[in-house]
Design a binder for this molecule. Structure first.
Ligand code: SF4
Length: 130
């Protein structure tokens, strides 16, 4: 069903309303929402709020093939890349300032309105480990 949803969205030049998509695919709205969230998470589609006859829905548009930065999006917080990838340091995670900084950056990003894609301030974890 994921592929069918994607093909349908791709075929609609002006995008498709999410409230129409699940009807066209003959699935229930919750299943459609799950598919849409997966497509959004993979950066394959975009979603904009829209109101039709006073009912809130979303317009879904095909965004193209995800870029390489999209593939690594989950490893990025702002402009910080996950520190363990490619790390050759002697690993003691409980005392690793890079890992602590990364975890605090995630916590700060999740607690702010910025989201994980936005640049965030670096955290001085040295003070926190004392
Ligand atoms: S926890 Fe620290 S030392 Fe260990 S792999 Fe990650 S960045 Fe490297």
């Amino acid at each position: 069903m994921y592929e069918e949803a994607l093909e349908y969205i791709k075929s609609c030049e002006d995008g498709v309303l999410q409230s129409d998509l699940w009807k066209c695919l003959d699935i229930d709205s919750r299943k459609c929402s799950r598919i849409v969230l997966k497509l959004l998470k993979e950066d394959i589609i975009t979603r904009e709020p829209e109101s039709v006859d006073g009912v809130r829905t979303y317009r879904l548009r095909y965004a193209g093939v995800p870029s390489s930065s999209g593939r690594f999006r989950q490893l990025l917080v702002g402009e910080m890349f996950e520190p363990c990838a490619g790390c050759i340091n002697e690993c003691v995670p409980e005392h690793c300032p890079e890992l602590s900084e990364w975890i605090f950056a995630i916590v700060l990003a999740e607690g702010s309105d910025l989201g994980l894609d936005q640049p965030i301030k670096k955290v001085n974890t040295a003070k926190l480990q004392q």
